[in-house]
Every structure is written in structure tokens, then in C-alpha cells.
Design a protein around this ligand. Structure first.
Ligand code: 3PG
Ligand code: CO
Length: 556
């Protein structure tokens, strides 16, 4: 297949295209728990009300983005993959399901590799313990535990990370109970299986994009060294006791280790052991993978670097080939819009702050971290604040990111300027409604800065989102009513949603006859890439999901 794109019959080349991804910005009916509705968002409101033929909703969850079922909420990985790739790929969650169901996972190179340690070593499983389906799923862990023991693992240690972000806060207790039950059953069958350590995902292990290596270090101390201030006789007791602190929540539980009767940690990772990180999603596993795999490593003092056989559930970074062993092959996301545009001479600038930087670069480009053509591309990262909860600084770096984008647009050096504005998602995940409202307002201000710059240069804009979050911040019953406890309190919804997201196009450079087609009611995020390629003046590749726009000739 050729890389050269044909010129679009009706849309000209050479206009600056600003692409804004509002993270966690879905569409839902007006409601007190819809923070986007409650927030003052004049820019986004104007896009919606201003030009109905240039605003619509698109699907951002479930099978439309390659997830196993339509009950799966959207997330940034699959969302940005679809936005950038223009095609729908079966994603990690689904690929792992298939490999487990067929048993192929146990025949692959990765499993055979770790299996060599089963005779004399321990198998350690490290990952997120919930049924969120964003980074991992507990049912996959359960199948893997069963399968690994049937395939020779005699001693198994699980290192859990509690969630409360893709699932309700407080649910960690039930997930630990479920896992403890399974491990007890394994023990009845003669497998020495226990939970060895744990901690909350945002405080222990699951950092991303090298925002804060201390997070990974805290996990290392618990999982590998077995040394933490908090020690408990069981994980269930640990999670319950640590949650007694009124300020505690699942996302930020401190690291802990489980001790045996003699007071020794039950499962530090030592020479000769096997380790599997059972998350399928890449961004929050890459840093731990580096610590486990790289001989040369200077991000923190590992104290001890055990000689282990390590495999990821998936290979997390295809370019770095990290980790080098994995149980399931990742989706091969190819021929992304970023690569097409680079090969057709389009100059691209991409920017976000650290916590979302890889979303508009790595995920957008099909899980590739580098440039396609360094002469044409520039990716800029604004450092996120570390150690400050996002509900304490809900404006985050939205305006800074937008100002970088504005400068890139005005510079005349770029044809596409692409950003991710994180607030609705990152603050939404805290479950703090007041703060989320402030965050949504800041995101709207950021969009205004970018649209003003597009206006100045006669460019085109595309404003969309990767999945829902801030538009629904409460746990609801089946009929959609907020669930209240006996005191009338609601439970905040920290997770993403199943809602569609808006997309708006416009700007002085957009051909007057360009509008959204009406024949694609079920379109989703994967239809955006062809749309953006069109706006750069090219026909999209034939194998892409169809463009959202039509261009009618405008009479003089
Ligand atoms: C996270 O990793 O922060 C959440 O699990 C998912 O959020 P994201 O998909 O918006 O990054
Ligand atoms: Co999110």
C-alpha cells in the first residue's frame, strides 16, 4: 500500500489544523452531578449551539474502540489509539481474554520462559486488583492463577495495587476478599499461594510518563525488598486497617507487606523467581518494567536487583521492546494518521503536561514513543506538578499547554498542532465535584486560547474528547437516579463513563460547504483520523473508518 495520499477534491492543503482532545469530557443530560454542565464553559457551549452541522456526538466506549463489550467504559489508551489510528483494533483487554480462553497464553514464548522458574522459584504476579477493565481485570488474574498452577507453579505471590479510580472507592476490600478466597482454594490443592504486598495504585507503582519515580520506588520496596513501614498478617487486614484513616482512599493507600507467623515478609522477589506484571495497559506499567528489566538503571536505588525471569502481560512499548518477554502479543497498530501525515510532509506539534503527554504522542501514534520524522515533528511536555493532588490544583497546566499550542500555531512552523487538556479527567478521577467544576472551566479557557490563535492564522479546529468522565460524577441506580445512603449522601463516581463525546469542527480556514455527514449515526473516535486527514487537504486511506465530513459545493 502506498504512503502517498491523494489530494482532496474539495479541501485545500496548507491550513493550520488545531486538534484539541479534552480528556474525560463526555456528553450527558444537564444534572447537578454533570460537572461540565455545572461549570462555566462558554467556549464549548458556543461550539455546540453555534453550528449544529459542525457539532455532533461520537462513540468513545466498548466495541467502537476495540474493547471486549459495550459494557466497557472508554479510556485514554484505547481512545487515543482510535483517534490517531483511524482503525478499530482489538485491544489488550480483548486479546488477553482470547488468549486465556483458548489456552494459547500457556503455549507462548513468554509463559514458557517464566515457567522455567517454577520448579525452584516463586511466581510473582503484580498488578491492579479490580474489575475496571482499563488496566487489568480481576477475572483475568483469576484465570491466570489457575492456569499457572496447572502448568507447574507451586509457589505464587500476588502483589496487589488497589484501585478506586476505575471502580468505586472502597471496593478494594471486596476484591481482596475475592482474591483471598481463590488463593485459599489453591492452597487446598497444594499450591502455596498468598498475597505478599500491596498499596494504592496512585501512590504505589502505577505512575506514568516518568512523572514521579518515587511512586515506583515505594512499590519496589514492598514487592522486591519486602520492606515497608506498614506490615500486616494479611492483605485483607491491611486494606481494612489502612482505610480506617478518614482521609484514606483506595487510590492512595500506603505500601504494605504481609508477614508470616515468624514476622518475615511472605514474598519478597529474589534470585531465581518469575515475575509477571498482569496489567495489559502500557502507560502505568512501563516504569516498573524498566526497573525489573534494565541492568543499568539510575532512577532510584533498587538496593537489590534480583536475577529473575520477567514477563509482561503484554509488551508495553513496541519500540523499546519492553519488556522483552510477554504473555500476549499487543495489538499491532499500524499506518496511523501520524505516520501518513509525516510521510506526506505535514509538520506536527504535539503538547500536553506530563500526566497526559504520552496520550497525544505515544497512544496517538499507536503506542510508539518516537518521532516518525524528527525534521517535521516536535513534541513538547509541560512538567506536571508532583505531589499535589489534582483536586487541590484543578486548573493543572491547562493554560500553559494552550499557550504553547497558541505559540506553535502562530509560529507558522506547523501544519497540525495537537494537544490534550487533562482537567476533566484527572480532577474527575478524584471524585471531588467542586474541584472538577473548576477544572472543566480551566479546560474551556484553554480551548478558547487555541481557537483564538486558529482564528488569527485563518486555520481550522477540531475539538473532541477521548472518553467521558466529568459529565457524570455520581454512582447511579439502574434507572439513572443517584444512589443515596441512609444519611442522604451520594457516592462520587471516580471512573470514566459509557457516554459519547462531542466533536466540533470550524475555523476561518474550513471550506464553507464542509459539514458533518448525516449517514454515520454510529460513528466513533476511529472516524476522527480520516476527518483530520481531510482537513489537511488529503483523501484518507481507504482502509480507515470513514470521514465524518462532507463538502458540498457552495454557490457564489
Ligand atoms: C488512569 O490510568 O489514570 C485511569 O485508570 C484511566 O484514565 P485515562 O484512561 O484517562 O488515562
Ligand atoms: Co481517566
Amino acid at each position: 500500500r502506498p504512503w502517498k495520499l491523494a489530494e482532496h477534491a474539495r479541501l485545500g492543503k496548507g491550513k493550520v489544523v488545531g486538534v484539541v482532545v479534552l480528556d474525560g469530557w463526555g456528553e450527558a443530560p444537564p444534572d447537578p452531578f454533570n460537572c461540565i454542565h455545572v461549570a462555566d464553559t462558554p467556549t464549548l457551549d458556543a461550539l455546540k449551539k453555534g453550528a449544529p452541522e459542525r457539532w455532533r456526538l461520537i462513540k468513545a466506549h466498548g466495541t467502537a474502540v476495540g474493547l471486549p463489550t459495550d459494557d466497557d467504559m472508554g479510556n485514554s489508551e484505547v481512545g487515543h489509539n482510535a483517534l490517531g489510528a483511524g482503525q478499530i483494533y482489538a485491544q489488550g483487554a480483548k486479546l488477553v481474554d482470547l488468549a486465556l480462553a483458548s489456552g494459547k497464553i500457556y503455549e507462548g514464548e513468554g509463559f514458557k520462559y517464566i515457567q522455567q522458574s517454577f520448579e525452584t522459584g516463586t511466581l510473582h504476579l503484580i498488578g491492579l486488583l479490580s474489575d475496571g477493565g482499563v488496566h487489568s481485570r480481576i477475572d483475568q488474574l483469576q484465570l491466570l492463577l489457575k492456569g499457572a498452577s496447572e502448568h507447574g507453579a507451586k509457589r505464587i505471590r500476588v502483589h496487589i495495587l488497589t484501585d478506586g479510580r476505575d471502580v468505586l472507592d472502597g471496593s478494594s476490600v471486596t476484591f481482596v476478599e475475592t482474591l483471598e478466597n481463590d488463593l485459599a482454594k489453591l492452597r487446598e490443592k497444594g499450591v502455596d499461594a498468598r498475597i505478599a504486598s500491596g498499596g494504592g495504585r496512585m501512590y504505589v507503582t502505577m505512575d506514568r510518563y516518568e512523572n514521579d519515580w518515587q511512586v515506583v520506588k515505594r512499590g519496589w520496596d514492598a514487592q522486591v525488598l519486602g520492606e515497608t513501614p506498614h506490615k500486616f498478617p494479611s492483605a485483607l487486614e491491611a486494606v481494612k486497617k489502612l482505610r480506617d484513616d478518614p482521609k484514606a482512599n483506595d487510590q492512595y493507600l500506603p505500601p504494605f507487606v504481609v508477614l508470616d507467623e515468624s514476622g518475615k515478609p511472605v514474598g519478597p522477589i529474589v534470585d531465581g523467581d518469575a515475575v509477571v506484571t498482569f496489567n495489559f495497559r502500557a502507560d502505568r506499567m512501563v516504569m516498573l518494567a524498566k526497573a525489573l528489566e534494565y541492568e543499568d538503571f539510575d532512577k532510584f536505588d533498587r538496593v537489590r536487583f534480583p536475577r529473575i525471569r520477567y514477563a509482561g502481560m503484554l509488551q508495553y512499548d513496541g519500540e523499546l521492546k519492553l519488556p522483552s518477554h510477554y504473555l500476549v502479543a499487543p495489538p499491532e497498530i499500524e499506518r496511523t494518521s501520524g505516520e501518513y501525515l509525516a510521510r506526506n510532509g505535514v509538520r506536527t506539534y504535539a503538547c500536553s503536561e506530563t500526566v497526559k503527554f504520552g496520550h497525544v504522542t505515544f497512544f496517538w501514534n499507536g503506542n510508539r514513543s518516537g518521532y516518525f520524522n524528527p525534521n517535521l515533528e516536535r513534541y513538547e511536555e509541560i512538567p506536571s506538578d508532583t505531589g499535589i493532588p489534582f483536586n487541590v490544583q484543578p486548573r493543572m497546566k491547562a493554560v500553559e499547554v494552550a499557550e504553547k499550542a497558541r505559540d506553535a500555531i502562530l509560529s507558522g512552523k506547523f501544519d497540525q498542532v495537537r494537544v490534550n487538556i487533562p482537567n476533566a479527567d484527572m480532577v474527575g478521577h478524584t471524585g471531588d465535584l467542586e474541584a472538577t467544576i473548576v477544572g472543566c472551566k480551566a479546560a474551556d479557557e484553554a480551548v478558547k486560547i487555541i481557537l483564538d490563535a486558529i482564528e488569527q492564522v485563518g486555520g481550522i479546529f477540531v475539538v473532541t474528547a477521548d472518553h467521558g468522565n466529568a459529565e457524570d460524577m455520581v454512582k447511579r441506580d439502574k434507572s439513572g437516579k443517584p444512589i443515596r445512603d441512609k444519611d442522604g449522601n451520594v457516592q462520587p463516581l471516580t471512573s470514566h463513563t459509557l457516554n459519547p463525546v462531542p466533536i466540533a469542527i470550524g475555523g476561518p480556514g474550513l471550506a464553507p460547504g464542509a459539514t458533518f455527514r448525516e449517514d454515520l449515526p454510529d460513528a466513533g473516535l476511529a472516524n476522527v483520523a480520516a476527518t483530520v486527514i481531510n482537513l489537511h487537504g488529503f483523501e484518507a486511506p481507504h482502509h480507515y473508518e470513514p470521514t465524518l465530513i462532507q463538502v458540498s459545493p457552495v454557490p457564489f
